[in-house]
Design a protein around this ligand. Structure first.
Ligand code: NAD
Ligand code: DAU
Length: 339
């Protein structure tokens, strides 16, 4: 297969590119990324010289560019990771989330329709809104109504509805995966886990929103990549699959786990003003993915966070280059082009 992976210079897309290029040497992986602040070609260093990998810089919302690319490359499948992904940024500037996450998805859907390409949308459990803390038996299923809280989750839910409409109206072969919070290598240090690791290592204060009671259901990125691969190859067309591994933790538990592993004091924790509209709890019921496709996560939170912390210790250059802005020079160095 020739597979277009969009957003492959970001956290999950980058891990997916590694996974696919190594697992399927007979497949061609084309990574399309705009290289926004979140895109980092250093993440692709381990695969950039593989014969079955190619990078293309471009915007999923640029219709002419996308149509030309689909005409030229004749893809068999597209997996769309490209997005603005950070909730706090969506509160500051919602419009770019509409542009990339909604308009970009519609452009890709139109291209997939025109060139008859299998389409997979990488979505999020945030489209279901949140669950209360005092009802631990409640979980998000694929039937849970969409009920979004932030401009980010609203843009992702909107994109999902377009994807499903292209199945119903045009018969486009689509699937959607909705996963819980990912963590693991190459996670951009604006998100909770890498932010706390990098700040704790520098003995800086760790900003915990509100009381730190909010619960997230942590999924190791490798387990997510495996789930997407399964859905792409064996998922039922027109279906949504939830991805999560029953690893709920409060934010405070996560931060304290990181501090303990790094032998840093809890006095680094600083409680700061809460995120507006902050979702209380996310928790995925992954029964459909497990029973239909046989998916099982390989990490639990204890093994996954230990591996992740070790990765950040072993790869200081990767995240320190981001914090210093240095990584933006990498594209220029590699391709002789100014970002
Ligand atoms: P990320 O922010 O790390 O990466 C996003 C990538 O998309 C970046 O490389 C960026 O340069 C690229 N991009 C942004 N706008 C683009 C555009 N217009 N055209 C082409 N490329 C563009 O995000 P992530 O955390 O890897 O998330 C990937 C996908 O998974 C997103 O769709 C997100 O909504 C979804 N998701 C993420 C999580 C999570 O925990 N990180 C959980 C559930 C779902
Ligand atoms: O559930 C899936 C979603 O997970 C994805 O769709 C999003 O793209 C991804 O960013 C993530 O969203 P969250 O808002 O849950 O992730 P974030 O890492 O920003 O925050 C995790 C929790 O930690 C959340 O309750 C807010 C809190 N937090 C976050 C930061 C950055 C803090 O307390 N302090 C912080 O500095």
């Amino acid at each position: 297969m020739k597979i277009l992976v969009t957003g492959g210079a970001g956290f999950i897309g980058g891990n997916f590119v590694h996974y696919m290029v190594n697992k399927y040497p007979e497949d061609q992986i084309v990574n399309l990324d705009l290289l926004t602040y979140a895109g980092n070609l250093e993440t692709l260093k381990p695969v950039e010289h593989k014969p079955n990998y190619k990078f293309v810089k471009g915007d999923i919302a640029d219709r002419d560019f996308i149509m030309d690319l689909f005409e030229k490359e004749q893809f068999d499948a597209v997996v769309n990771f490209a997005a603005e992904s950070h909730v706090d940024r969506s509160i500051e500037n919602p419009s770019i989330f509409v542009q990339t996450n909604v308009e970009g998805t519609v452009v890709l859907l139109d291209a997939a329709k025109k060139y008859n390409v299998r389409y997979h949308q990488v979505s999020t459990d945030e489209v279901y809104g949140d669950l209360p803390l005092d009802q631990p038996d409640l979980f998000f299923t694929e039937e849970t109504p969409l009920h979004t809280s932030s401009p980010y989750s609203s843009s992702k839910a909107s994109a999902d509805l377009f994807v499903l409409s292209y199945f119903r109206t045009f018969g486009l072969p689509v699937t959607i995966s909705r996963c819980s919070n990912n963590y693991g290598p190459y996670h951009f240090p604006e998100k909770l886990i890498p932010l706390m690791i990098s700040r704790a290592l520098a003995d800086e204060e760790l900003p915990v929103y509100g009381k730190g009671e909010n619960v997230r259901d942590w999924l190791h990125v490798e387990d997510h990549c495996q789930a997407i691969d399964l859905i792409l190859r064996k998922g039922r067309i027109g279906e949504v699959y939830n991805v999560g591994g029953h690893n709920e933790r409060t934010n405070l538990e996560v931060v304290k786990t990181i501090l303990k592993a790094l032998d840093k004091p809890e006095s680094l924790i600083k409680y700061v003003t809460d995120r507006p509209g902050h979702d209380m709890r996310y928790a995925i019921d992954p029964t459909k993915l497990e029973t239909e496709l046989g998916w099982k996560p390989t990490y639990n939170f204890d093994t996954g966070i230990a591996q992740t912390i070790q990765w950040y210790l072993d790869n200081e250059d990767w995240w320190k280059n981001i914090l210093s802005g240095e990584y933006a020079n990498y594209f220029e160095d590699m391709y002789g082009e100014r970002l």
